[in-house]
Design a protein. Structure first.
Length: 131
């Protein structure tokens, strides 16, 4: 019957916008829960809802920097499925930051691996501040 199937419908994103919006805000609030499994499931549910989860955009943009890689991945997928200009901008900004961090980490690793330990200890290298 309709009453039995309805509670599961919002998680698949196949429902009308009104029904889906009932669960979007509570799911967005769960993205900051202490339990990583709850955060992961909330991000996955928002990704399944797709374009109707735009109300969760601020929470999803914060979740991109979660310690749990599943939360980050599902949040990114949710932003992609939302598909608005704002969601795309958040995704692009995230990839730009991640690219810079990746390049910087490679340069630091290369510096550490190629610099003799005694020259670091003697203070022959200046610390470069990254702005």
């Amino acid at each position: 019957s309709w009453s039995i199937e309805w509670p599961a419908t919002p998680s698949c994103g196949m429902c009308c916008k009104w029904c889906v919006n009932i669960g979007v805000i509570p799911l967005a609030e769960r993205l900051t829960d202490d339990d990583g499994l709850i955060r992961r499931n909330a991000a996955l549910s928002l990704a399944r809802i797709g374009e109707h989860a735009s109300a969760a955009l601020p929470a999803l943009s914060e979740a991109l920097y979660d310690e749990n890689h599943f939360v980050r991945a599902f949040s990114l997928q949710a932003l992609e499925r939302i598909g608005t200009k704002e969601a795309t901008e958040v995704s692009v900004d995230y990839f730009q930051v991640e690219s810079i961090l990746y390049i910087f980490s490679k340069q630091v690793f290369s510096f550490v691996m190629t610099t003799p330990v005694n020259s670091i200890n003697q203070g022959q290298h200046e610390l470069i501040q990254v702005v």
